[in-house]
Design a protein around this ligand. Structure first.
Ligand SMILES: C[S@@+](CC[C@H](N)C(=O)[O-])C[C@H]1O[C@@H](n2cnc3c(N)ncnc32)[C@H](O)[C@@H]1O
Length: 270
């Protein structure tokens, strides 16, 4: 390993300041492996030399933060949130006579989550129009989400064959999501440390598998900002390993299909 403790600290501080992602002791190999390709393409000897360049050149900082995000995602990830959406949340909105549902897929990675929601609404609640705002810090992920183009390997991860046939077109070695579904999803660059994106108030917010990277104070701030754009009676989905318990008492966990579903304590709107 070529990374000195001082260089590791510099990168960890930069990433924490810009994204709130915590790179604690033990993440040295992650930093080394994620920054190696950047060092190679910058033509410098090793990662330590690249970190020296970072100290002088702030224009390189965005790509370092981006390289240290973890973008793991899949279609209908964990299944239970989509079961809860289909069996509880969307039926309630439809029964209330709603024709439009506003959704925020926060920290959406390459868009599989947002498009999984779009397919659920289109296939099972055709009386509803979904207006989905999908946001992430990573520009690379947003580019892929906007293109709606996925490899064979990516579609193999959780996308039922019937949905592949119905909602995608094959383009050589890739699969492209239908224009109708793509039109319903707006991808925006957004940092969860900033004010929420436009498009709210949202009836449903997916904020999954991102709070795990933050410290407790940041989780609390993010949950508070999310609360400010959740419609009265709206629903928050967190990742399976995430909770509001012990962090922000304004939320209560709602038993629904075994998913991490939360609503605020306020009275639901009629
Ligand atoms: C593990 S992925 C989760 C994707 C999707 N929500 C899911 O559950 O499948 C985490 C995403 O959070 C994004 N992210 C990390 N820190 C962020 C921040 N401060 N603001 C916005 N997005 C962030 C990363 O770029 C990455 O795409």
């Amino acid at each position: 390993m070529t990374l000195t403790a001082e260089s590791f600290d510099f990168v960890a501080t930069l990433v924490r300041r810009r994204s709130a992602i915590q790179l604690g002791v033990g993440k040295e190999y992650l930093v080394e492996s994620r920054l190696s390709p950047l060092a190679r393409s910058a033509g410098v000897a090793d990662v330590d030399a690249y970190v020296h360049a970072l100290r002088r050149d702030v224009t390189l900082h965005d790509q370092v933060v981006e390289a240290l995000t973890t973008n793991e995602t899949s279609w209908f990830r964990d299944l239970t949130p989509f079961t809860a959406l289909r069996s509880t949340v969307l039926p309630e909105l439809a029964a209330a006579g709603r024709t439009q549902v506003r959704v925020w897929s926060a920290a959406c990675s390459s868009g599989q989550e947002a498009y999984s929601i779009a397919m659920t609404v289109a296939d099972e609640f055709p009386q509803l129009t979904a207006s989905i705002t999908a946001t992430d810090l990573s520009e690379q992920m947003l580019v892929q989400g906007r293109a709606g183009r996925y490899s064979q390997l990516e579609v193999n991860r959780g996308l039922p064959a019937i949905m592949l046939v119905k909602h995608f077109q094959r383009q050589g070695a890739t699969f492209e999501i239908s224009p109708a579904l793509r039109r319903g999803v707006t991808f925006r660059s957004h940092n969860l440390l900033d004010a929420p994106p436009p498009g709210g108030p949202f009836d449903v917010i997916f904020l999954r598998n991102v709070l795990i990277y933050f410290d407790v104070a940041t989780k609390r701030e993010v949950l508070s900002r999310v609360r400010s754009v959740l419609a009265p009676g709206g629903t928050l989905f967190l990742g399976a390993a995430e909770t509001t318990i012990g962090i922000d008492d304004s939320w209560q966990r709602i038993p629904s299909a075994g998913a991490s579903v939360y609503r605020t304590h306020e009275k639901r709107a009629a």
